[in-house]
Design a protein around this ligand. Structure first.
Ligand code: GLU
Length: 510
């Protein structure tokens, strides 16, 4: 690496919610910047007004925040290379487009959309594809064909025009991609004359992206594989502007593949298989449809990030658990693979389980208290910590804590019919009534002392343990689930334990 300061940017277009592949791009940019003591920048590429979706920008920023991928420059943050929203930089792009016209690297094209549609359809009818470029441009309505006077006249008369890049003919454009190695594109074979500046006065992605990367002093462009075909045009734009010396290095990240079958992971796969593809929940402003988010599904950002890091990057060891700090130390683009990585929703859960188990009981209890508060359940006192201690190991998500422990907070409303049938005998009520009396006399209401009192009592009575333990558990929790029975008694408290046994006697006997 040269001694140039590392400056990378995450440059999403606010056209909808950020896909998890987009978060991975942001993550790899962030890690690369941190690893090299560089800057991670957020730039919003909102030049395509037809695809602009309100609230998408806020969504992007909130997602990055949730993941802990905080940019040092960006909209709402500032920085010396701002503004960081391309719509706010609108005024400057025209000059750059003009510069290319003057140097002969670009031209005005006056063809209307309808005219181009006709050409496209005609080509299709001949089983060909129309492309505006080297082979066709000389016969089209543009400044390469028209005289200078005609062009000036058209512009003065207010004719709509776009500015197109004039692709040089038959040249092999070669560039080294950090991940893919040397990549070559032939201009005549694979590149058309892309629009750089649109009739609505806005630049296209290509122009704005290259101009901004240059002006923002970007050292490395790290982005998804879908942008690889744009790289030769971008390389030629750097040449056309005379910016080759400070041109960034490129790295195109591999695709994230569907869990099953071929192709890129899409929202539809998530809907079909029931996992989120977005970091946060997203409500479509038009249809009102709500898409799941990792955050709302109960994933920890650490788990989400750890899982994403391994989609396309490998540490070179068997290790799988990495905190973001670990990653900033060991990440390298050289260890990013070329081929697509398959996303496995089960693996995502597995990561969450790991981070869930890593959390302290106190932390989980705090999170659980929020769930309880939403349900209107009183979670004051020590009880919640005790509950979490008992059930933590059975869970992977905070949301499961309630499923596993609701009986600690709510007395059973019904009793599992099968257990009743099997375990509730004629003499169970009278035996349980004796247990109640014995419990009432226990002084220190701690699981150990309850157990001791219980065992002494049972030995005196010579009653079979199973015959009592099962109905007792049924009375307390409504079924045969839960941790150690005496621990349940302790957490419930003496009064509640006795009350539940008495209610079970009443309800089940009727
Ligand atoms: N605006 C592009 C996107 O939405 C950015 C691509 C790039 O990083 O150059 O992904």
């Amino acid at each position: 690496m040269t001694d140039r300061k590392v400056r990378v940017r995450f440059a999403p277009s606010p056209t909808g919610p950020l896909h998890m592949g987009g978060v991975r791009t942001a993550l790899f940019n962030y890690l690369f910047a941190k690893k090299h003591g560089g800057d991670f920048i957020l730039r919003i590429e909102d030049t395509d007004q037809t695809r602009y979706v309100p609230r998408a920008e806020d969504y992007i920023i909130e997602s990055l925040n949730w993941c802990g991928l905080n940019p040092v420059e960006g909209p709402g943050i500032g920085g010396e290379f701002g503004p960081y929203r391309q719509s706010e930089r609108k005024a400057m792009y025209k000059d750059y487009a003009n510069q290319l016209i003057e140097s002969g690297w670009a031209y005005y094209a006056f063809d209307t959309t309808d005219e181009i549609d006709v050409l496209r359809k005609n080509a299709e009818a001949n089983k060909e594809t129309f492309s505006y470029g080297i082979a066709s441009r000389e016969n089209l309505n543009n400044s390469l064909k028209l005289s200078a006077e005609e062009v000036t006249q058209k512009i003065e008369e207010g004719d709509n025009y776009v500015i197109r890049f004039k692709m040089p003919a038959d040249e092999d454009v070669t560039e080294v991609d950090i991940i893919r190695g040397s990549v070559t594109f032939n201009t005549t074979k694979s590149l058309d004359d892309k629009v750089l500046f649109k009739s609505d006065g806005m630049p296209t992605y290509h122009l704005a992206n290259v101009v901004d990367d240059h002006l923002m002093n970007i050292s490395h462009v790290i982005r998804g594989e879908e942008w690889l075909p744009s790289m030769p045009l971008h390389i030629l734009l750097y040449r056309a502007f005379g910016w080759e010396e400070t041109k960034p290095q490129f790295a195109h990240l591999p695709l994230i593949l569907k869990p099953v079958g071929k192709g890129k992971l899409s929202k539809r796969d998530g809907d079909k298989l029931g996992f989120p593809v977005f970091p946060l929940e997203w409500k479509d402003p038009q249809s009102g449809d709500v898409s799941k988010g990792y955050r709302e599904e109960g994933y920890f950002p650490e788990a989400f990030i750890n899982m994403l890091a391994l989609l396309g990057w490998n540490p070179g060891t068997e290790e799988e658990f990495f905190s973001i700090t670990d990653l900033t130390e060991i990440f390298s683009l050289e260890r990013v693979v070329k081929s697509g990585s398959r996303f496995d929703p089960e693996k995502a859960k597995w990561f969450n389980k790991h981070y869930f188990q890593e959390k302290s009981v106190e932390e989980l209890a705090e999170l659980f208290k929020m769930v309880l508060a939403e349900k209107g359940v009183d979670s004051s006192g020590e009880k919640t910590t005790a509950v979490v201690t008992e059930i933590k190991e059975r869970c992977e998500f905070v949301s499961e804590l309630w499923e596993q422990s609701s009986y600690f907070y709510e007395a059973p409303k019904e009793y599992d019919a099968q257990t009743v049938k099997k375990r509730w005998k004629e003499d169970t009520p009278s035996k349980l009534s004796e247990i109640v009396l014995m419990f009432a006399a226990v002084e220190e209401w701690k699981s150990d002392s309850i157990k001791e009192a219980f065992s002494t009592f049972m030995n005196e009575k010579e009653w079979g343990f199973g015959m009592i333990m099962n109905p007792l558990r049924l009375s307390l929790v409504g079924g045969n689930m839960g941790p150690d029975l005496f621990v349940i008694c302790e957490i419930l408290g003496k009064e509640q334990t006795i009350q539940r046994i008495n209610s079970a006697i009443k309800v089940i006997n009727n």
